[in-house]
Design a binder for this molecule. Structure first.
Ligand SMILES: Cc1cc2nc3c(=O)[nH]c(=O)nc-3n(C[C@H](O)[C@H](O)[C@H](O)COP(=O)(O)OP(=O)(O)OC[C@H]3O[C@@H](n4cnc5c(N)ncnc54)[C@H](O)[C@@H]3O)c2cc1C
Length: 411
């Protein structure tokens, strides 16, 4: 049974109710757009091109926050669509992260369009499972047609449509939204292969809890928000173990400023800066590949726990990781290394897609320029600094859905 079946209509609204509540479709500026009746859900089932087993007007790949937010607007526009996800359950991308993960964005900045993040305290930092459950109830509440356990193996252009090779057979679509996440392929330095094989190594995406490490001291490489949280968890779980956190200083962000959560200040200002503006380009250049600034509450917890902060891990000496400490680069005697060294995008499964020097599809605010009808949502800096955040993805989702409706109306 797919997640679509298991999700079904939620207690608050069924798909039919949602559709009947929809006023005129809106464009990215909030203006009504004219959409042919056929594009508002009353059209006949799309014809099935050769090579496909079924067809949809629109397919969204990925049922994380980006895909769901896009689905929310597609539903409001009355479009025919499906959301495919490799995971079985909505929210699983979060459930597969480490056990004690807490969001760095407070509840008031973790909600998607149409449904606030549920919390009595707007400054609450949600747990991993609260985030996952929120996404699941979001999909249910708006009756979003999620088909779980469905991997899209390749995507290619065929005569006037897109062809998706999925684990449940080929699907044709007129338009496709790629919402597969900004965090795709884990990155670890090549020199990790030279470490003593007895040292347990794992990437942050594989870390679940301190028990998953070998007994003994640990090095966490990458001192961003993930590395800081993980190093603290390891140390707090076993205070006798030495834990080093290695990496360049990515800066500190106060959790509270003038009595308010920092996101109260950032949300209407920095986070809304447009990527293509001068300021946006500056912020993007400064932060790309450097890691986000660490929130001060996470930093204070790390210091209180007794994690030892060291400089960058520069290589391997005597089979052990060598780190910068003062002017030296000693090799550390550790049993485990956790690489919190980030991810790189991977769109190689989209055949022939033009990408830029960062392997990101060439796009204009989510519209893939070379391939009309193909869109990306949820990427870092897609249109703003906030584009990959829960509280920021909605703007891009709304824009992309409106562009899909316009294109649908004009064909
Ligand atoms: C450790 C960590 C902590 C974070 N904390 C916060 C936070 O506090 N606040 C915040 O706003 N943001 C946070 N983020 C950033 C961001 O909100 C999350 O990464 C979020 O999960 C991104 O949502 P998404 O929908 O873009 O991608 P994802 O959540 O990754 O969802 C993508 C979905 O696409 C599916 N998929 C991928 N490829 C395919 C395919 N080929 N076929 C079918 N399905 C596919 C996956 O199964 C997945 O479910 C954090 C990120 C990380 C890594």
């Amino acid at each position: 049974m797919s997640s679509a079946d298991s999700l079904g209509p939620g207690p608050h609204s069924t798909p039919t109710e949602v559709r009947s509540r929809v006023a005129a479709p809106i464009d990215q500026c909030g203006h009504a757009v004219t959409v042919k009746a056929s594009a508002r859900g009353q059209r006949a089932t799309p014809s099935i091109p050769d090579g496909a087993e079924r067809a949809r007007d629109v397919v969204v790949i990925g049922a994380g926050q980006a895909g769901l937010a896009t689905g929310y607007f597609l539903r409001r526009l009355g479009l025919d669509f499906a959301i495919l996800d490799a995971h079985l359950r909505v929210g699983d991308a979060w459930r597969h992260r480490w056990d004690t993960l807490r969001l760095f964005t407070p509840a008031f900045y973790s909600g998607l369009p149409g449904m606030a993040f549920p919390s009595a305290d707007p400054d609450h930092l949600a747990t991993r499972d609260e985030a996952a459950d929120y996404l699941e109830s979001y999909a249910r509440r708006f009756g979003l047609p999620v088909e779980g356990d469905t991997s899209v193996r390749t995507l290619r252009r065929a005569d006037g449509h897109f062809l998706l090779d999925t684990s449940h057979g080929p699907i044709a679509a007129e338009q496709v939204v790629v919402a597969t996440g900004a965090f795709q392929t884990p990155v670890v330095p090549a020199f990790s292969a030279d470490l003593d094989p007895r040292i347990a190594q794992l990437h942050s995406s594989q870390f679940t809890n301190p028990e998953s490490l070998a007994t003994g001291d640990a090095l966490v490489v990458g001192a961003g928000n993930s590395g800081t949280q993980i190093a603290t968890d390891i140390k707090e779980a076993e205070p006798m173990r030495r834990v080093w956190l290695s990496g360049r200083d990515t800066g500190l962000l106060p959790r509270r400023l003038l009595g308010r959560d920092i996101f109260r200040w950032l949300a209407p200002t920095i986070l809304r800066v447009r990527t293509e503006s001068r300021m946006g380009r500056l912020i993007r250049t400064r932060t790309m590949g450097r890691g986000d600034a660490v929130l001060s509450d996470a930093h204070e917890r790390m210091v209180a726990a007794g994690v030892e902060r060291v400089g960058r891990t520069v290589g391997v000496r005597d089979d052990r990781p060598a780190v910068q400490i003062g002017s030296g680069e000693p090799a550390l005697e550790v049993a485990s290394v956790v690489w919190c060294t980030g991810y790189r995008p991977d769109f190689s499964w989209i055949e022939g897609l033009p990408v830029d020097e960062h392997d990101i599809p060439l796009h204009r605010r989510g519209e893939v320029t070379a391939w009309p009808g193909l869109y990306v949502v949820g990427l870092h800096f897609l249109s703003r600094l906030s584009s990959s955040l829960m509280g920021g993805v909605g703007d891009d989702a709304r824009h992309v859905a409106a562009r899909i409706a316009s294109r649908r109306a004009s064909t």
